[in-house]
Design a protein around this ligand. Structure first.
Ligand code: ZN
Length: 277
């Protein structure tokens, strides 16, 4: 019997620009259309950053609300996850859209260097975001950019600030953070299985590592993340034509690993979320 794989599509991100790949969706209308195509291709969870008209990262709840509303209307049951990520955003505004009550939001449980600067998440700031997610009934996705973040998340479970059924994303291949090495991937998932047996997990490889990490996840029972946020290329020879094309790349090989793209209802069940529309 084939096992479901939740495919997350990270449609936009904070860094890539349209000039680097014109298929990158940046306006809410483009984001809704791109999400819909990815949903039809097999994605069941969308990870959302929003952009100002000049493409700079935004924290404007109004933009988040438009994307959320469009996805709910056009992609029945798809799980919406807002980024609380820091790049180009004011610290105080990073949780300002949680009042819109997306089903999920990202939560980085530590600080790390990114290619050009510090991704700063002080302990009290992390706890504040975790409390806000708890208050709004939002399931966090724990973003592990460096090793300590995994143990920090487990400490937050002990403190009662996170539920024990964690959903964890391992992010591999960002310069100055964790490398996309199979030994690192295997260590991270073994630690999570030992210390948080109820947890579900996904890994993301950035840039040229995306496809390799997708295949590791399919082979080892993890979930998959793809999308233009992490990687603008289909392969070494050409740019990705769309977020949907990157999703299809996973769907096309899932069967050979005994997996199938999770339906939104399967994804919700696996993540302990309420059934969708
Ligand atoms: Zn993101």
């Amino acid at each position: 019997m084939s096992a479901p794989v939740i495919i997350t599509v990270a449609i936009t991100g904070a860094v890539p620009r349209k000039k680097d790949n014109p298929a990158l969706p940046v306006t809410p209308a483009e984001q809704i259309e791109s999400t819909h195509e990815a949903f039809e291709a097999g994605a069941s969870l969308v990870h959302v950053h929003v952009r100002n008209p000049d493409e700079s990262p935004s924290s404007d709840p109004e933009l988040y609300a438009r994307v959320q509303e469009g996805v709910r209307r056009h992609c029945p049951g798809m799980i919406v996850q807002f980024s609380t990520g820091g790049r180009g955003r004011d610290q105080a505004a990073r949780g300002s859209m949680l009042s819109l009550r997306p089903e999920m939001a990202s939560l980085a449980t530590g600080s790390v260097n990114f290619p050009h600067g510090i991704y700063e998440n002080a302990p009290d700031f992390i706890e504040g975001l975790a409390r806000s997610m708890q208050a709004h009934g939002i399931k966090p996705e724990i973003e592990v950019f460096d090793l300590a973040m995994l143990y920090n998340a487990l400490a937050l479970v002990k403190k009662g600030l996170l539920a024990p059924d964690l959903h964890v994303q391992f992010v591999l291949g960002i310069q100055n953070a964790l490398p996309a090495r199979r030994s690192v991937f295997d260590f991270l998932r073994a630690e999570l299985a030992a210390l948080a047996p109820q947890a579900t997990w996904v890994a993301a490889g950035t840039g040229r590592h995306q496809w390799e990490v997708n295949q590791w996840c399919l082979a080892t029972g993890g979930h998959c993340r793809t999308g233009l946020e992490d990687n603008l290329r289909y392969d070494a020879d050409r740019l990705a034509a769309s977020n949907a094309e990157l999703v299809r790349k996973i769907v096309d090989v899932a069967g050979s690993h005994g997996r199938h793209a999770a339906t939104p209802q399967e994804a919700r069940r696996l993540l302990g979320l309420a059934p969708g529309a």
